[in-house]
Ligand binder design. Structure first.
Ligand SMILES: CC(C)(COP(=O)(O)OP(=O)(O)OC[C@H]1O[C@@H](n2cnc3c(N)ncnc32)[C@H](O)[C@@H]1OP(=O)(O)O)[C@@H](O)C(=O)NCCC(=O)NCCSC(=O)C[C@@H](O)CCCCCCCCCCCCC(=O)O
Length: 735
């Protein structure tokens, strides 16, 4: 874990804990013992600490936070003190990742030499904790309160150049960082380095503390539903006090965070996100035993609202991207929109000017389908008309090379239209695709495991978190969260007169956005399309029915028929959104939805007109209004999604609860500090949720989302921990 190597009078401690050299207990012990050994050895004059696996140290071992192996070793605080107190100078040779505890190690050394491509960060805040191994006290002393208040509460990554500009590193090299550190070490041997002990310093800007702290509160206020950003600010501010006092404050705040549920949920989310790449198929094929051909070129066929977003994902990954539309104007528009997205990236310094031009050079217009004959994958962005899609994919099937993969959301319909059903798979991007990191990958009954492997690898290459699901009806993430949205609409129809009440309840819980604001952003049409499609599949035509009502002379009679058809049939549908869309409300796009929006300000404004429309609607539908408690709003919006999550697991659409959590976190702004919808179920208690689901099922028999999931019933009754839910679902007979 830590190799001790001596060459001449310099001892090197090589940290070797692949893949990212995290500071697990053996590593901490190894560094501690290595420093002691070098200090005791009179032939050693200086010490270098470096990382094998071409990286320095990415931080503490996060797995150990919740899962101590009982291995008693020194703490990271003891390690950092041991480093700083060393009687011989310690030089950190830093490359690739220097994060969290790794950065705490580095700033406890006396000198730091870094490769110019090193990525530095204190990402602890994203895990619900703070740099509690003296980081909040040493870092502002080494750099400044200003820089520490920028870096620690935000968790943002900073470059070697920025580190150098802020005195966090002493030298940057373009190559061979270890050799540079050795050379540097030989220059400091036998020199006084007492002034290099970080804890003995004071931050250079303590007189500005008040202003800097106020600014940090304002900058980070959007994240204050989480505890950690605020605590990070408090801890850094304590660096203005004497070191020992500051350290006690850091320890106290760290303890509070470490023992909070938020830290547990955020660390769970970290691993859940990474676990999605470890996919499995029912036949035993999985990410380890299945290879897919690399995707080096793609064609996006058709264009819509999301095309440019999707295109830029591929351009950024330097994948040759062909855009194929029937008109040149449409192709050109996609290019302009993609260029604008990349220009914005450049303006915000997410990419350099050089990268901007390199990425754009991967864009190609395809004027004829022949040009895309050799691409590795075709991505369907055609209009939602299955016949058009089938027609075009039939043509592409004849033109494209046999190994070209077709990505579409209509897997079975396209598979049956082509001679390559094994090469047809679903890819669902979330809007805006250049920002949202979730990619839902769906396999159909005939999709080959190698096709799955190729597309899951492609997802990684374009920096998406890809979740593999089996194809049923529609997008799984939408199904998961959509039931809660339906509940919100029903409660509005049934008596809540102010949409903000429901939205505030969800936002207080931590959702990025309330249910009605989300409908507005996604667009009324998109929401109604889902309803239209559901009804179509059951042989009903939503618009036909509505026209029938409109044409009617006897309004009352037909309204009743209309209502009875949807309400007293076997199932109730959230028709009020449809009602609004018929009245021309499209959501944020045209400024009218459940809220109003102005062109100057896209913030939602409460719209009293909705209550008037609601009242007419209720009258027409014969709805008797009632009152709702905050608890009912909370439970109906969230527990319905939990129940749906369990159904998605038991139907074997998703493989494990982590996959469902990632969909809720990354597709729907579920609060990360809660961990995801399934983690929420675990924390709340499945027994409590099951009881509520059964209660609502009795109250609302016309809302099938309340039919209790068999899996939920079992885990609730037998009190089964979350780690077994996926296993149990897989052992349940196929529904
Ligand atoms: C480093 C990365 C940027 C690399 O990204 P990349 O995309 O290349 O790779 P992956 O993300 O896929 O990762 C590869 C692989 O490695 C695993 N992994 C990565 N980092 C860690 C890690 N830090 N620990 C464990 N495992 C890690 C990852 O899971 C992948 O494996 P898998 O099998 O899942 O595929 C990127 O990985 C990244 O961003 N990593 C995280 C970096 C990070 O967050 N670092 C900070 C860690 S927290 C920390 O360092 C805390 C310190 O400040 C010390 C705090 C000491 C506190 C003392 C507290 C006193 C109070 C205590 C009270 C206790 C109360 C109690 O009793 O409970």
């Amino acid at each position: 874990m830590v190799d001790y190597v001596q060459e001449n009078n310099i001892a090197t401690l090589w940290v070797n804990n692949p893949p990212v050299n995290s500071l697990s207990s053996n590593v901490r012990q190894g560094i501690y013992d290595g420093i002691a050994r070098a200090n005791d050895d009179p032939t050693v004059k200086a010490i270098v600490i470096a990382g094998r696996n071409r990286t320095f140290i990415a931080g503490a071992d996060i797995k150990e936070f919740s899962n101590s192996d009982g291995n008693i070793s020194v703490s990271l605080v003891e390690v950092t003190d041991q480093l700083e107190n060393s009687s011989k100078p310690v030089i950190a040779a830093i490359e690739n990742f220097c994060m969290g505890g790794g950065l705490e190690v580095a700033i406890s050394c006396h000198y730091r030499i870094a490769h110019h491509k090193t990525r530095f960060a204190f990402p602890e805040v994203n895990l619900g904790i703070l740099p509690g191994a003296t980081g909040t006290q040493r870092f502002p002393r080494l750099t400044s309160l200003r820089f520490a208040l920028d870096i620690i509460p935000s968790g943002r990554v900073f470059s070697a150049e920025e580190a150098f500009d802020n005195s966090a590193v002493d030298k940057i090299v373009d190559d061979k960082v270890y050799e540079a550190a050795l050379n540097f070490a030989s220059t400091v041997i036998d020199k006084d380095f007492n002034s290099r002990r970080t804890s003995k310093r004071s931050p250079p800007d303590t007189d500005l503390l008040g202003d800097l702290v106020s600014k940090a509160y304002v900058t980070n206020s959007k994240r204050f539903k989480e505890l950690a950003p605020k605590y990070c600010i408090k801890a850094v501010a304590a660096a203005a006090k004497p070191y020992d006092q500051g350290l006690l404050i850091e320890r106290d705040l760290a303890f509070q965070l470490f023992t909070s549920g938020q830290a547990n949920a955020l660390q769970y989310a970290f691993f859940a996100e990474r676990s999605t790449s470890k996919w499995e198929l029912p036949g035993g094929f999985n990410w380890k035993n299945t290879n897919g051909r690399p995707i080096n070129s793609v064609a996006i066929v058709g264009s819509g609202k999301m095309t440019a977003g999707i295109v830029t994902c591929f351009l950024r990954a330097k994948i040759r991207t062909f855009v194929f539309n029937t008109t040149e104007m449409a192709n050109r528009q996609v290019f302009i929109n993609s260029m604008n997205i990349l220009a914005n990236d450049r303006k915000k310094r997410r990419i350099t000017a050089e990268e901007y031009y390199i990425y754009l050079s991967y864009f190609t217009y395809a004027k004829s389908p022949k040009i895309i004959a050799k691409v590795d994958a075709v991505i369907d962005d055609l209009p939602q008309d299955v016949n058009i899609k089938r027609d075009i994919f039939q043509k592409l099937d004849r033109i494209c090379k046999p190994s070209t993969i077709f990505c579409t959301m209509e897997i079975e319909k396209i598979a049956s239209a082509t001679k390559r059903p094994k090469m047809v798979i679903g890819t669902h991007f979330f809007a805006p695709a250049n920002v949202m990191r979730l990619l839902e990958v769906e396999y159909g009954p005939e999709t080959a495991p190698r096709t799955v492997a190729a597309i899951m690898n492609m997802g990684k290459k374009i920096r998406k978190v890809s979740v593999l699901v089996s194809n049923r009806t529609g997008v799984v993430a939408n199904r998961l969260m959509g039931v809660g949205t339906d509940q919100a609409v029903f409660m509005l129809e049934d008596g809540i007169n102010d949409q903000r009440l429901i939205d505030n309840c969800m936002e207080d819980f931590g959702m990025a956005m309330g249910k009605f604001k989300t409908i507005d952003i996604i667009g009324m049409d998109a929401n109604v399309d889902v309803l239209r499609k559901t009804l179509n599949e059951q042989g009903y035509d939503l618009d036909e029915n509505r026209n029938m009502v409109r044409k009617s002379l006897n309004n009352f009679l037909h309204s009743y028929t209309y209502y009875a058809f949807f309400k007293y049939g076997s199932r109730r549908y959230p028709l009020f959104t449809y009602e609004l869309s018929v009245l021309g409300k499209k959501g944020e796009r045209n400024g009218y939805g459940y809220y109003r929006y102005t062109t100057e300000n896209r913030q939602p404004i409460y719209d009293e007109e909705i209550v008037e429309i609601l009242k007419n609607y209720r009258k027409r539908m014969g709805i008797q209004t009632r009152t709702f408690t905050y608890q009912e709003i909370f439970e109906r919006c969230l527990y319905s999604s939990v129940n749906e999550g369990f159904k998605i697991l038991e139907e074997k659409i998703a493989h494990k609860p982590q996959d469902i959590d990632v969909m809720s976190l990354m597709g729907y702004g579920f609060p990360r500090q809660v961990g995801g919808i399934m983690k929420f179920a675990e924390t709340t208690g499945t027994e409590r949720i099951y009881e509520a689901v059964c209660r609502y099922n009795k109250l609302y028999p016309d809302q099938p989302c309340w039919r209790p999931s068999k899996l939920l019933e079992r885990v609730a009754k037998e009190n089964i921990p979350m780690k077994y839910w996926g296993q149990i679902a897989n052992s349940m007979s196929k529904l």
